[in-house]
Design a protein around this ligand. Structure first.
Ligand SMILES: Nc1ncnc2c1ncn2[C@@H]1O[C@H](COP(=O)(O)OP(=O)(O)O)[C@@H](O)[C@H]1O
Ligand SMILES: [Mg+2]
Length: 322
C-alpha cells in the first residue's frame, strides 16, 4: 500500500481502482466516460479535472480529452500556459491518418505533471488531449464532412497505432464536453463514449438541462451508440446552509435520475471557486483537505458504478455454466 493512511478517502479509492484495473484486463479495454450536461457553469470541467487527478493518484492511467472550444479543462490541467497548446484536438479531427502530413494522437497528447503527489504511482499516469479555441472553427467542416460526428470515436476506439487503440492504452478516458449539447463536439463525444457522467447542481434553474441532456443521450443511443447510459450523476455546488430550496433541488435531481445520483453531493467551496486553474493542487500536499475529501469520495462512488456496469456487460464466466 503506497498511500499514507492519513489521506482521507485514499484507501477506499485505491481499492476500487485495483478492482477496476483487474476487470478491464479481462474486458479488454478501459471505459470511455463522457462528462455531459446541456447547462454551462455547473462544474463539468472542474469535475473532469479533479476526478482525473484523483484517479491518476491511485495509479490508473487516465486520458482527459478536451472537446470544448473554451478549453477549460486544458487550462485547468495545464495552468500557467502563455498560450494554449497547438496542435490540439481540432488538428486530429481534421487529420489525415496516412501520408506525409499525417498526425496521430501521440503527436497531440501531453503528460500532465502534478506539482506534488502523495503517491509515486501517480507519476506518468495523467494525460491530456488538449483543446484550443481554433476548435470552434471546425463546426461547419465537421457538419458537412461524411465522417463528422464519428471521427472522435474513430480516434478513441478504432485508430490502431502499434497494435493499440487509445481505449486500450489508457485505463480510463474522460471526455469533457461543451455545454450546448447540440454542438457537434458534444454530439461527437456522446457517440465516442461508453457511459455518461452527468454533473448538475441543486439549483432550480439547472433542472431543465437534465431532461434535455437525457433526450440528447436517447438520440445518440437510437442509432449511433446503442449501449450509451448515464452511469452516474454528481450534484455539485451543494450548499446545505442555503436551506429548503437546496434540499428540494437535490430531491428533484433524484426524482429525475434515481439511484444514479451519487452521494454525498459536492459542496460549494471557495477553495474550488478561487482556484480553477490550480485544480491539481487541490488534491496534493495536504492543503484544502475538504475539497480533496469530497472529490475522492465522489470519485470512488463513480468508479464503483463504472465497474458495476462493466461487470454487467462482461459477466465473469461462471464455472459449469450453460
Ligand atoms: N463545488 C464547487 N464549489 C465552488 N465553485 C465551483 C465548484 N465546482 C465548480 N466551481 C466553479 O464554477 C465555475 C464553473 O465550473 P466549470 O467546471 O467551468 O463548469 P462547466 O464546465 O460545466 O461550464 C468555475 O469557476 C469553477 O471554479
Ligand atoms: Mg466546461
Amino acid at each position: 500500500m503506497p498511500a499514507s493512511k492519513e489521506v482521507s478517502g485514499f484507501e477506499a479509492l485505491f481499492k476500487v481502482a485495483k478492482n477496476y484495473q483487474k476487470k478491464i484486463k479481462t474486458a479488454g479495454n478501459g471505459a470511455v466516460l463522457v462528462v455531459a450536461n446541456e447547462k454551462g457553469g455547473i462544474g463539468k470541467s472542474t469535475i473532469t479535472a479533479l476526478m482525473a487527478s484523483a484517479l491518476a493518484e491511485v495509479g490508473l492511467k487516465v486520458l482527459v480529452i478536451d472537446i470544448d472550444p473554451q478549453s477549460s479543462v486544458t487550462q485547468m490541467l495545464l495552468p500557467n500556459l502563455e498560450k494554449l497548446p497547438s496542435p490540439a484536438i481540432g488538428d486530429l479531427l481534421t487529420a489525415d491518418f496516412d501520408g506525409d502530413n499525417a498526425i496521430f494522437p501521440a503527436d497531440v497528447i501531453q503528460e500532465v505533471r502534478a506539482g506534488t503527489v502523495y503517491n509515486a504511482e501517480a507519476l506518468g499516469k495523467l494525460f491530456l488531449l488538449p483543446s484550443n479555441p481554433q476548435l470552434g472553427k471546425l463546426n461547419s467542416y465537421l457538419a458537412t464532412n461524411i465522417n463528422g460526428r464519428q471521427i472522435l470515436k474513430f480516434i478513441v476506439k478504432e485508430l490502431v497505432i502499434e497494435n493499440k487503440a487509445l481505449v486500450n492504452e489508457y485505463d480510463l478516458i474522460l471526455i469533457d464536453t461543451p455545454s450546448q449539447l447540440d454542438s457537434i463536439f458534444a454530439e461527437s463525444a456522446l457517440i465516442a463514449g461508453d457511459m455518461v457522467l452527468m454533473p448538475t447542481t441543486p439549483r432550480p434553474v439547472d433542472q431543465w438541462a437534465i431532461a434535455q441532456t437525457i433526450q440528447k443521450i436517447r438520440e445518440a443511443k437510437k442509432v449511433a451508440n446503442r449501449g450509451l447510459e448515464i452511469v452516474a450523476a454528481v450534484v455539485n455546488m451543494y450548499d446545505p446552509r442555503s436551506g429548503l430550496v437546496e434540499s428540494e433541488g437535490l430531491e428533484a435531481v433524484k426524482a429525475a435520475l434515481g439511484d444514479r445520483v451519487v452521494e454525498p453531493p459536492i459542496r460549494s467551496l471557495k477553495t474550488i471557486a478561487n482556484s480553477p486553474a490550480k485544480s491539481m493542487s487541490l488534491l496534493t500536499s495536504g492543503q484544502a483537505q475538504k475539497p480533496a475529501d469530497d472529490f475522492r469520495q465522489t470519485t470512488t462512488e463513480v468508479l464503483a458504478r463504472i465497474l458495476a456496469r462493466i461487470e454487467l456487460n462482461n459477466p465473469s464466466k461462471a464455472k459449469g455454466g450453460r
